[in-house]
Structure formats: C-alpha cells, structure tokens
Design a binder for this molecule. Structure first.
Ligand code: FAD
Length: 357
C-alpha cells in the first residue's frame, strides 16, 4: 500500500490569492484523497477497476456538480473551487478525476444548461449525491474528432422517440444509471437525449485492457430500437454547439487536474532525488537533476497562475473556447522533463488516450 507523503508545491504563494472557502474546499479534497484514494488506487489501477466505494466520498467533497446551484443539490461553489477539487482528485488519480469530470461537466452541466426544470429536479440532486451516476455519449466508432458526422439517430414516433446507433469510448458507461446521448433527428439536427439504464434495447458493454486511466470504467453505448420518452429530450440547445459546450466545461476542470498530477510528479521526484544516493551523494545534489526539478516547478507555477486566471474569467463568464488550448500543451510537456523512476506516471502522460478527456 502506498503511503502518501505529498506536500503541495506552491512556489509563488498562490494560497495568498485563494479565499478561505477555496482553501477549505481544497483541503477537504486533499485530505480525502490522502485517506481514501492513495491507499487503494494502485490496486484498482492494476486490476483496471473503478473503486465504486468512493462514490459517496466524491459526493461529500463536492466533486459532483460543484458549481451547480444548491437548489438542485450542487455545492453552489465558484469555478476556482471546482478547479481546486479537480486538482486534488487528479493528484490522487487521473481516472478518478475523469469519473468526476464526466458526472459534473458532461452530465450535470448539459442537464442544468439545456434541460427543462422538470429534468433538473428529477436528475440533478441524485447525480450530486452520487445516488445516480451518469455518462456522456458523443464519440462513435467512425466519428471521434469529427462528432458532427455522427450516425446515431432518432425518429419521432408520435408519443416517443426511437433511438438507434452506437457510441464508443464512453467513460462511466459500464455502471452509469443514465446517459446523456447526442443523436441526429430526421432532419439531421443534433439533440441531446437522456437515456436510462433500464430502457429496453439499451446496453453498455465494457471496454477492457486500457493502457491508462485504468481505474476509470470505459465502455460502449448500444441503442437497438430504444424507446425514449419525449420528455427526455434536452430542449434548450441543439446543433453541434450543444455537445461541444460540455467538453469545454470538462476541459477547464482537466486543466486544473493536470496541475494536480504534475504537482504529485514533482513532489515524488523531489523526494526520490533527495533520498537516492549515487556517487556518494543524493542525486538531488547534481546539477542535471536540479535543472529538471527547476523546470518542473517553473511549469507547475506557470500552469497554476494560468488556471487561476482562467477560473476568474470563468466566474465572470468571460472564458471562451479559444482560451483553453494551453491545457493540452501543459499536459504534453511533462514526459520530457520527468526524471527517471516514475514509470507509472509516464504511462499516463505518454498514452494517446490522455488527450481524450
Ligand atoms: C479513456 C477515454 C475516455 C473517453 N471518454 C469519452 C466519453 O465519456 N464520452 C465521449 O463521447 N467520448 C469519450 N472518449 C472519446 C474521445 O473523446 C475520442 O477518443 C476523441 O474524440 C478522439 O476520437 P478518436 O479516438 O476516434 O480519434 P480520431 O478522431 O480517429 O483521431 C485519430 C488521430 O488523428 C488525429 N486527427 C484527427 N483529426 C485531425 C485533424 N483534423 N488534424 C490533425 N490530426 C487529426 C487525432 O489527433 C488522433 O491522433 C474517450 C476516450 C478515451 C480514450
């Protein structure tokens, strides 16, 4: 079992910019990760299994819909708190953060933003408490980067819609109670539909043997003449912009999550470099290792300040899609500057799967 000795790097005193509430939320998430994630995560990653027993804990730290108003069961927090929660969760494990991102930004966000008042009241409180888990179906076998080409479609049958098609690489699908599914109507216009697990013709086979995000469950969504009640259509936005608005919200959280993973890499590398003795001295005493560590903390500090500012812009409703590309750049930088002995992190950072969500 891994003992978690993590000490958060804060080279530019970012803490001074955070409110008491931000720190409270962040510290609660940090302690929970130390107590409930770090001791078990290696085992679950090795088994490639999502640890379902953590769902209640994720809900308690506000990881499900942190910015959804309290009247719908959310935590009613601001965007910086949301980011800090994602940072702490991903510090523990990227797959667990992925589960939380999907629930918040890809399921609760579209229901809150594009749904009816009835849909909000029916689903959001249960999703916030973890009583219900959700997934988001956009990617298809033949349409990944280009979701506009999707083939999943629904037909108006008068008193219900008939849904047919398939989605692939869907996080949380093997255990999700509901799926927010994107499909084309007869005119070729994309709409969101809420599909529930017990609907006939709906199945969610699991995808096995992932190389990374192993503690996150991934699978397919198969729709074989699924009758979807008309009240399950999300009415307030349609077209490709509707599904694409959701990953924007997720990516904001992922930008903080990547910082959490980087902070853990730095902390682990620093500790190891101080402990590992070669040529009669700790390797941290060599300039080559010091340079690598200095580059790591520089990149972390830059990312912390960028994410904080992006959070402020999001709070003010001024963070547009164009302001997100630095996230992937930050993620991809890490493999080149991590010192050795961190193979398990390399696996995550090097995999093409990391670009997915
Ligand atoms: C672990 C995991 C979880 C996921 N969870 C979800 C989920 O919950 N819901 C969901 O809907 N989807 C999910 N996805 C799917 C993910 O969003 C897609 O993998 C992604 O959109 C890319 O699609 P693709 O894999 O089909 O790759 P492709 O679109 O086939 O791309 C293959 C390669 O071509 C490159 N490429 C494509 N187009 C261009 C271009 N125009 N210019 C240059 N290069 C290009 C890509 O960068 C990539 O390297 C998940 C994927 C993974 C791996």
């Amino acid at each position: 079992m891994r003992s978690d000795l993590f000490e958060a790097p804060d080279y530019y005193h970012l803490d001074d910019l955070l409110s008491d509430e931000h720190k409270l939320v962040r510290d609660a998430a940090r302690q929970w990760v130390k107590r409930d994630i770090s001791p078990i995560i290696e085992e679950y990653a090795q088994k490639a299994e999502f640890p379902k027993q953590i769902i209640g804990g994720l809900a308690e730290i506000g990881a499900f819909g942190p910015y959804i108003p309290e009247e719908y069961g959310g935590a009613g927090l601001d965007q910086i708190s949301y980011g800090l929660i994602m940072q702490e969760i991903e510090r523990g494990d990227s797959g667990v953060r992925s589960t939380a991102s999907v629930q918040s930004s890809l399921v609760m966000y579209p229901i809150y933003t594009y749904g009816t008042e009835e849909q909000r009241k029916k689903y959001l409180p249960k999703l916030a408490s973890g009583e219900m888990m959700g997934c988001f179906g956009l990617t298809e076998p033949n349409h990944g980067s280009n979701p506009g080409g999707m083939e999943t479609k629904f037909k108006d049958m008068g008193d219900h819609y008939l849904l047919n098609g398939a989605k692939l690489w869907i996080s949380n699908s093997p255990f999700a109670d509901i799926a927010v599914v994107w499909a084309k109507n007869e005119e070729g216009r994309i709409h969101g539909l809420i599909v529930e697990r017990d609907m006939e013709g709906f199945s969610t086979p699991e995808t096995h043997n992932k190389w990374s995000l192993r503690a996150s469950a991934t699978g397919e969504l198969i729709f074989d003449n699924v009758k979807v009640p008309k009240e399950n259509l999300l009415p307030n936005k349609s077209g490709l912009g509707a599904p694409l608005g959701c990953p924007d919200s997720a990516r904001y959280g992922i930008s903080w999550g990547a910082i959490g993973a980087a902070m853990d890499c730095y902390d682990t590398a620093l500790r190891y470099a101080k402990e590992r003795v070669q040529f009669g001295k700790p390797i941290a005493a060599t300039q080559l290792q010091q340079k690598k560590l200095a580059e790591m903390i520089t990149e972390i500090t830059k990312a912390q300040l960028l994410a904080f500012r992006l959070g402020q812009l999001k709070n003010e409703g001024r963070a547009t899609t164009a302001r997100f590309p630095w996230r992937s750049e930050t993620m991809w930088k890490w493999p080149s500057i991590l010192p050795g002995k961190l193979d398990k992190y390399w696996e995550v950072w090097e995999s093409p799967e990391t670009t997915a969500l």
